[in-house]
Design a protein around this ligand. Structure first.
Ligand code: PGA
Length: 258
């Protein structure tokens, strides 16, 4: 089973999102796909309702790009996991590098959000990854260790089951320059090791993100260390996204029906 998650970022009005989601639903109507791949699209908050409407009853799932760490309260402009659950969301992206950087999200806050998401039984897609300067300074291991430890230490055994990790080297996001396959392989292997050290009771899916396209998806998804992809700009193009989903389905063995 492979995962394909679309991060629509700050794109699509409610109407545009509805059209895109409908198109995905139509194009991906193939009985074999849901046995091989899990698909989650993450539109902006304002488009969640229309995506819910467009995808309800289909095998495609939807999620959010962020949430607040409290369930409700005087937090102007924020959105809680409770609200997202009511909209049928099945996942929330936590700690995306764009939020770490532009919204100044601290590791402590990311840890609190993550707990809130897994407590609600939604998938938490925790994003980790180094910057170019950190890579050049040979600090990949140190950065990933810090990001994973600060977010996951002390997680209850059953909460690990709601976790997905997205390895997204910051220098590969939105640059058109995906990480080299060997770098992805090594980083995913390291993350798997770190997760075991942190007490993961079983396999935690590790996705790769950063300039994934219809062209490079196959090479990346064929790596046994890669359980799926988190796709940004290519997820806004229905043809590219559907191609990536089909490629993911070809790179995995189906789950048995019985
Ligand atoms: P990209 O974005 O595919 O446009 O590089 C990935 C992400 O930020 O999740």
């Amino acid at each position: 089973m492979k995962w394909v998650v679309g991060n629509w970022k700050m794109h699509t009005t409610a109407q545009e999102a509805k059209l895109l989601a409908r198109r995905l639903r139509e194009e991906l109507y193939e009985p074999e796909l849901p046995r091989r791949v899990r698909v989650i699209v993450c539109p902006p908050f304002t488009s969640l309702c229309s995506v819910q409407e467009a995808l309800r009853g289909s095998w495609l799932q939807w999620g959010a790009q962020n949430c607040h760490e409290e369930l409700e309260g005087a937090f102007t402009g924020e959105i809680s996991v409770r609200m997202l659950t009511a909209l049928g969301c099945s996942a929330v992206i936590v700690g995306h590098s764009e939020r770490r950087r532009t919204a100044g999200e601290s590791t402590e806050r990311i840890a609190r959000k993550l707990r809130r998401v897994v407590q609600a039984g939604l998938w938490a897609i925790l994003c980790v990854g180094e910057t170019l300067a950190q890579r050049r300074a040979h600090r990949v291991r140190a950065v990933l260790t810090h990001q994973l430890r600060s977010a996951l230490q002390g997680l209850e055994p059953q909460q690990w089951e709601s976790l997905l990790i997205a390895y997204e080297p910051v220098w590969a996001i939105g640059t058109g320059q995906a990480a080299e396959l060997e770098h992805i392989r090594q980083a995913h292997t390291l993350i798997a090791e770190l997760l075991t050290q942190l007490g993961a009771p079983g396999h935690v899916p590790i996705l790769y993100g950063g300039s994934v396209t219809a062209e490079n998806a196959q090479q990346i998804l064929q790596l046994p260390e890669v359980d799926g992809v988190l796709v940004g700009s290519a997820s806004l193009d229905a043809w590219q996204f559907c191609t990536i989903v089909r490629v993911a389905a070809l790179c995995t063995s189906p789950i048995p029906t019985c």
